[in-house]
Write a protein that binds this ligand. Structure first.
Ligand SMILES: Cc1ncc(COP(=O)(O)O)c(C=O)c1O
Length: 493
């Protein structure tokens, strides 16, 4: 057993790296930041490694050669134990929507923490009503009835429960490449090999072909709702889309062959997050939603990553597909890092739960509601949705040029501040780049002071989803860092 006496405060020796300037040898300079972090004065790195092996149940992903120890955050910035500053382009997996420790959110949470933390929804508390009214105002009619829970997985579990209770049907359709969570039910909805296990989670759940216009069998140069299209050719006449028709046909085949005459529903992300910003052909969701409704099913939009203005053009991702879901689930960015999630639906569907009582101890607790309210205020006051549109465009246009310059950049896609760079062995076959090479690139990017994520079935897609408080200078710096890392990779291989 590890000695408690070892848990002393400790300061890691500072290196000669200048906070905020990255490695001087790399010649790239971070945009300035006036915020002064505290020096790191906590557990030693190696000691924490030992505690991890002894007591942590989690296997740590191999993101970098050595796990990064982060101890402070401010807006788009994070600091490690050496006082080294990073531009966070991954937001704790698309969760820091308005900025790390955003002062307005911190102030609201602090006020509430001194007042009331928890009561359960057995009682009335003002912060709950203030919040659900504010959240409902962001959604169109008839999506006005809200359940609050604590995580995206819980929200999707509840959405499934609602769809099955309301329709009296059982079968649920989902898309290949989807990620909907880690609970038994939401693991069943997920269709990415990394997150599938030998467990009976998918009973009554049917995955249909992922309508990925870059990797899939069909796709052309006009298919997606993005400033950047694939480099595939297209011979469709204006107004028609062969790829969309083919993927719709695949969906119809599953409906016709694998499920009963009636279904409980269909769940999808407006843009696939964990799968690396995969976008469907325009019009696909509209046709599929109609088919599901024709079979008495409900359509569920999982906005866990795409919501709260991240896509720039709309507040909710489903709006960019011109569809009206019956249920919307949301988490992550909703609380800017605080555990909060929601399921929004119509009064009629919500009332189906009257037949099956549902209870959630923490859902809608005063702390979460206060934080959620402050996050919505910041989004509106600081125009983060508009910023997402502008900055996302700036970044995607710059990154799109990488496809001409680098053999390994196969695709650049996304919308607003939800961007994916699909790394390939060669552009012809679109074979994913070996994982070790992706890891090298990620390591170089991190060492130059930028954090981003990876995703997709082979973990070869770079995922860029920063807090929406980014600046133009940050975007240009990030593009320069990625350029440098890809140049180094090209020199090595
Ligand atoms: C689209 C989507 N849905 C659901 C979830 C599950 O959310 P949570 O991890 O909060 O349970 C995630 C998490 O990454 C997600 O990306």
């Amino acid at each position: 057993m590890l000695m408690r006496s070892a848990l002393r405060t400790w300061s890691f020796p500072r290196t000669d790296r200048v906070p905020g300037l990255g490695f001087a040898s790399q010649g790239l300079h971070m945009p300035p930041c006036e915020f002064q972090p505290q020096p790191y004065q906590s557990l030693p790195y190696e000691y924490m490694q030992k505690v991890h092996h002894a007591h942590s149940g989690y296997l740590r992903g191999k993101l970098y050669r050595r796990p990064l120890l982060l101890h402070q955050g401010h807006m788009q910035w994070l600091w490690d134990m050496d006082g080294r500053r990073y531009l966070d382009l991954f937001s704790g997996i698309v969760t820091i929507s308005v900025g790390h420790c955003h002062p307005k959110v911190v102030a609201a949470a602090t006020r509430q923490a001194h007042k009331l933390w928890h009561t359960t929804n057995l009682y009335m508390v003002p912060s709950f009503y203030e919040y659900i009214e504010k959240l409902a105002a962001t959604l169109p009619e008839p999506l006005k009835v809200i359940f609050l829970v604590n995580s995206g997985s819980e929200a999707n579990d509840l959405a499934l429960f609602l769809a099955r209770e309301h329709t009296g049907n059982f079968d649920i359709l989902t898309l290949g490449g989807a990620y909907h969570g880690g609970s038994s039910q939401s693991m069943g909805l997920t269709s990415l090999s990394t997150w599938k296990h030998n467990l009976p989670t998918s009973f009554g759940i049917h995955a249909t072909m992922c309508p990925d216009v870059f990797r899939g069998p069909w796709g052309g140069a006009h298919c997606r709702d993005s400033p950047v299209q694939t480099l595939r050719t297209c011979s469709c006449s204006p107004g028609s889309c062969h790829a969309k028709n083919m993927y719709v046909q695949c969906f119809r085949d599953v409906l016709d062959s694998s499920v009963g005459k009636k279904v409980a529903g269909f769940i999808c992300e407006p843009i696939q997050g964990v799968n690396g910003a995969v976008q469907y052909p325009k019009g696909f969701l509209k046709e599929v939603f109609d088919m599901v409704h024709d079979r008495s099913g409900l359509c569920i939009a999982d906005e866990v990553q795409t919501g709260f203005g991240r896509l720039g053009s709309h507040f909710w991702g489903f709006q960019s597909h011109d569809v009206m879901p019956d249920i919307v689930t949301m988490a992550k960015g909703i609380g800017n890092g605080f555990p909060l999630a929601a399921v929004v639906t119509t009064r009629e569907i919500a009332d189906s739960l009257g037949r099956a009582k549902h209870f959630n101890t923490f859902g809608g607790n005063p702390m979460a509601c206060t934080v959620g309210s402050a996050v919505l205020d910041v989004i509106h006051e600081e125009g983060t949705q508009e910023r997402s549109a502008e900055l996302g465009l700036r970044m995607m246009q710059a990154l799109a040029k990488f496809r001409e310059e680098f053999r390994v950049v196969g695709d650049v896609r996304g919308k607003g501040l939800m961007i994916g760079l699909d790394l390939v062995k060669d552009k012809e076959s679109r074979t994913p780049l070996p994982t070790e090479e992706v890891t090298e690139i990620m390591q170089d990017i991190m060492e130059a002071g930028v954090l981003l994520g990876s995703g997709g079935n082979h973990n070869t897609i770079l995922r860029i989803k920063p807090p929406m408080c980014l600046s133009e200078q940050d975007v240009d710096f990030a593009v320069a860092v990625l350029h440098q890392a890809l140049t180094r990779h090209a020199a090595r291989h």
